[in-house]
Design a protein around this ligand. Sequence first.
Ligand code: ATP
Ligand code: MG
Length: 200
Amino acid sequence: MVNVRPFEVASPKFAQSGSEAIVEAAPVLWMTGLSGSGKTTIAKILAKIVRRAGTACCILDGDELRQGLNKDLSFSDSDRTENVRRVAEVAKSLGSQGILAIVCLISPFHCHRSLARAIIGTGFAEIFVDTPLAVCIERDQKGLYAKAIRGEIDSFTGISSRFDVPDSSQLTLQTTDKTALELAYEIYNKFVAPSITDHP
Ligand SMILES: Nc1ncnc2c1ncn2[C@@H]1O[C@H](COP(=O)(O)OP(=O)(O)OP(=O)(O)O)[C@@H](O)[C@H]1O
Ligand SMILES: [Mg+2]
């Protein structure tokens, strides 16, 4: 198993105290973007790359979590915030145990991303999957945009609920210019590769 540390290691919390004191904390890669922007697609490829490099990782996907941990939550503003809070706490816990967390969550409001950043602290990396709304509507691989446009879904991000364009992301990805594989490697090279240590 290869060990990872946060991509920013300024915090003494994560400092190594000796050659065998393995740094236990890993980055949390927080992918934000519209439904259909490509978060899950890229995350699944990234997870394969990371695991192949011998590093433990875990995808925390909003869709899946809403079927379990967060199934009691609606898409109201307050429940969306609670959704983010719970996912951020789980991601923090994974990161603190050396497991790279890849979060796929629309997290549409500025306050959602700042809440996650505040909970996770050092090691939080915000990645904006910046796919234009028109492209997401055209992809509509879940058929949700069509329903939202027909008024069959309330509070649908991009249609009947706002998406605040991130202004403090560490990385912005354009999915119309590059393949998901290229983008997964972009994330890996920026945040994961520099964090891997060779210590046993
Ligand atoms: N360069 C690309 N990167 C990622 N996805 C792409 C790219 N080009 C096309 N796609 C397609 O866009 C769609 C993205 O869907 P995906 O489920 O990954 O989005 P999502 O952001 O996870 O949405 P949701 O928030 O609804 O879960 C997929 O059908 C994928 O094949
Ligand atoms: Mg998804």
